[in-house]
Design a protein around this ligand. Structure first.
Ligand code: FAD
Length: 389
């Protein structure tokens, strides 16, 4: 065990995409940074599908954001597959597809690549170490122990953020639960990401197939806990693989080579993401598109802004209060819309008939806009109809 008793400019808790990008952004601007991660090895175990839209798609997804370099330029060695299309299946098995150029990354190595970048920029990294907030400072336990006093604290500690709770910033927002298998030996379309709706396999949510290669994919199911009514997530995923009329043909005989489970914030950001010297970033701040569960791009955009705001504050050139405005501009509207869309869809998702109806009225382009959190008129009309029921 090592003692770590330091006063630092910026302490970042959590070395996922949000935390490593934040630490790099602050360190590059000359701040003295410590990045604290409770896992012994950054990136392991993985809890992710690894799907990331290409830069042009990200620019359309977040038109008012600056895309950080680490998100735009991902070295080829971390990209397992490239996708061209997204295909969505209705409960009755109709398919609609639209073009989405994407990269499927090896999250394990990608997270390590990001933490290496933070370390190269000068951040101190403490692995195997948990941080908790008490009396304005961070208490460390695990591989490193001690206390850290920081000018600014960036909480990038994921969806169950202890730092957000300690700072009084957490609220009880909706979170999805996800279970995913990495599977090999499949008969999939290696350049198509698929989503499947239907109450049998994914009540209140959807199932997915994200290709990792010619015959390898992440196959998962995600939903809101209240919707599964006593059924086990594992049973839902197993039934999707074995019984789904369309998916079973692609997944038959596949072998499970990894199991991943995790929470995904689905209720948008809490009312405040900054208080005193604490800034929340990534999943800790609810920065996840509620329509798709995609959080990596927003975590990296949010982390980059958090690191920059913290470093500017430390050097006397800005205030931490700027953070909320910067985030609102970069992703506020898109996040709010995605939550609104999820709420509309959630009213229909418990009925396969209603979902089939919604599916029938949305064109592939409108579906794409919906996934991006841009509310198409057809969905608004459906919402108005639902409100009158
Ligand atoms: C099954 C599943 C599939 C997903 N698939 C996709 C996908 O395909 N594409 C996509 O964009 N998003 C996906 N997501 C969401 C995505 O994984 C997250 O949005 C993203 O990881 C958020 O990054 P983050 O840095 O905010 O948090 P995390 O990646 O969760 O990192 C938080 C880090 O903080 C550490 N930590 C937590 N508490 C403490 C503490 N007290 N002290 C020290 N360290 C701590 C954790 O160990 C962790 O390393 C998926 C999520 C799940 C669960």
């Amino acid at each position: 065990m090592r003692r770590y008793e330091e006063d630092v400019d910026v302490a970042v808790v959590g070395a996922g995409p949000a935390g490593s990008v934040a630490a790099e952004a602050a360190a590059r601007r000359g701040a003295q940074v410590v990045l604290i991660e409770r896992k012994r090895e950054v990136g392991t175990p993985v809890q992710c599908g690894g799907f990331l839209p290409e830069v042009s798609e990200l620019e359309a997804l977040l038109p008012r954001s600056e895309i950080p370099g680490s998100l735009a330029d991902i070295p080829e060695r971390y990209i397992l597959a490239r996708t061209r299309l997204q295909r969505i299946y209705s409960p009755s098995g109709d398919a609609k597809e639209f073009s989405v150029r994407g990269r499927v990354i090896d999250r394990r190595s990608f997270d390590r690549h990001l933490v290496w970048k933070a370390a190269r920029a000068g951040a101190e990294v403490l692995v195997g170490t948990r941080a908790d907030l008490g009396g304005g400072s961070l208490r460390l336990s695990g591989f490193s122990s001690g206390e850290v006093e920081a000018g600014a604290i960036i909480a990038a500690d994921g969806p169950s953020s202890a730092i957000a709770r300690g700072a009084g910033l957490a609220d009880r927002r909706v979170a999805g639960v996800c279970l995913e298998y990495e599977m090999a030996g499949l008969d999939i379309d290696p350049d198509v990401v698929e989503m499947y709706f239907g109450t049998r396999s994914a009540p209140g949510g959807y199932a997915w197939i994200i290709p990792l290669g010619e015959d390898v994919a992440n196959v998962g199911v995600g939903t809101i806990p209240a919707r599964i009514r006593g059924r086990r997530l594992g049973d839902l995923l197993d039934s999707f693989i074995a019984d789904h009329r369309i998916a079973k043909e692609k997944l038959r005989g596949g072998k499970v080579t990894a199991v991943m489970r995790g929470l995904v914030p689905a209720g948008g950001m809490p009312p405040a993401i900054q208080r005193d010297k604490v800034l929340l970033a990534g999943d800790a701040a609810g920065m996840v598109m509620a329509t798709s569960g995609g959080g990596i791009p927003l975590a990296m955009v949010g982390g980059d802004i958090a690191g920059e705001v913290a470093a500017r504050y430390i050097s006397g050139n800005g205030s931490l209060a700027e953070y909320e405005g910067r985030i609102a501009k970069a992703m506020g509207r898109e996040l709010e819309n995605s939550v609104r869309i999820r709420e509309v869809v959630e009213k229909m998702i418990s009925s396969d008939l209603l979902m089939d109806g919604l599916f029938a009225i949305l064109s592939p382009d409108q579906m794409k806009a919906t996934m991006r959190g841009q509310i198409p008129r057809a969905l608004e009309r459906a919402h108005e109809m639902m409100a009158k029921r």
